[in-house]
Design a protein around this ligand. Structure first.
Ligand code: SAM
Length: 327
């Protein structure tokens, strides 16, 4: 029995986020820069077989939670087949998906059948024009995708909303109502200075203490727990089933409990969202490395996991945009 993956700071890593693509069909102003062209080319993408192999090795090393993300994972063709393959690997206890939901209407049921257990959807506004201003795309397909996820039986569906001061802070009550109406879980997230876009978005940064204060003035908030809640602190709105999570990487960072690493579409392991420490697995895979060799490589990579990000102490530090790492 393995004790699992333990990093140099004694943290147990049991969660791998897998990026299926660095491309996205949206252009959220805080993420991929307009006109950005420097995407990985198809020959650099890990194949489904390579991804499957890496997931098998990680699960043998004690990692049990896997999340498919991107970019927008639903733009990668054949994702349902990949999900079927991954969900049948021994030790994969939880296979979840982060999506912008714009293509989910056509995939939700198949993904559920194939083995996705939980879905998170990014949604920063329920106003059509504002949604278009933020993402460069239309809101309607996203709402259809969300309803398809609900009909397919995903529960919970979590809505991830970046709290953006003077941009969407007049919509919190509408979002709360929307989530109560549809039985979604709502999570507020702080913007991070990732890439030039993330740094520029700093002018909309809103500490979630302010959001919580705003909510407390309107609702009675009870302490709550949430399975698979990760770093979010949860409350429940009294008299409803709504749970609200707060993810505060800036104002209350949670690095001391970090349990995750990320694999980008080109097979690079990123040990921290906010640091450049990385380890490339693709060259090893393509050189025919053995399973034992891969286990050693992953252990070497884990030894590089830094203690914490420097988003607060060094906000100007160069960090890649979210979509390149796998958000
Ligand atoms: N396309 C999928 C989605 O929309 O959930 C997955 C990838 S997307 C990069 C993951 C999350 O990263 C989204 O919720 C997005 O809002 C968030 N994100 C991107 N750039 C960010 C930044 N600079 N600060 C905080 N969150 C960011």
């Amino acid at each position: 029995m393995t004790e699992g993956l333990i990093d140099p700071f004694g943290r147990r890593v049991d969660y791998l986020r897998l990026s299926l693509t660095d491309k996205c069909n949206m252009r959220c102003f805080y993420c991929i820069p307009k006109g950005f062209k420097n995407f990985r080319t198809p020959d650099e993408w890990l194949s489904f077989n390579e991804i499957q192999r890496i997931v098998r090795i990680f699960s043998e090393m004690g990692v049990s939670h896997f999340r498919l993300t991107g970019g927008e994972p639903l733009v990668r063709r054949g994702i349902t087949d990949l999900v079927s393959q991954l969900s049948s690997i021994d030790g994969v206890d939880d296979l979840s998906l982060s999506t912008n939901a714009s293509l989910l209407e056509h995939h939700a049921l198949d993904l559920k059948v194939a083995g996705i257990s939980r879905i998170n959807v990014s949604l920063d506004s329920l106003q059509e024009k504002r949604f278009r201003d933020i993402t460069g795309t239309e809101l309607k397909p996203v709402l259809k995708g969300l309803m398809a996820a609900k009909s397919a039986g995903f529960n919970p569906v979590k809505i991830n909303m970046l709290a953006l001061k003077r941009l969407n802070d007049d919509e919190f009550d509408r979002m709360v109502e929307f989530c109560i109406e549809h039985d979604f879980t709502l999570r507020f997230i702080e913007t991070m200075p990732m890439g030039s876009t993330g740094k520029a978005a700093g002018k909309y940064y809103m500490p979630l203490t302010e959001v919580r204060h705003w909510l407390e003035q309107r609702f009675e908030l009870l302490p709550a727990m949430m399975p698979g809640g990760g770093p979010a602190h949860y409350v429940q709105v009294s008299g409803t089933d709504l749970r609200i999570g707060f993810i505060s990487p800036i104002s209350q960072h949670f690095c001391e409990t970090c349990n995750r690493i990320r694999l980008s579409v080109d097979g690079t392991l990123y040990l921290c969202l906010g640091q450049s420490d990385r380890y490339e697995l693709r060259p090893l895979l393509r050189r025919g490395i053995s399973d034992d060799g891969l286990v050693n490589a992953i252990s070497e990579a884990l030894a590089l996991k830094p203690q914490q990000h420097d988003f607060v102490s060094q906000p100007g530090k160069e960090v890649r945009i979210m979509s390149l790492t796998g958000g």
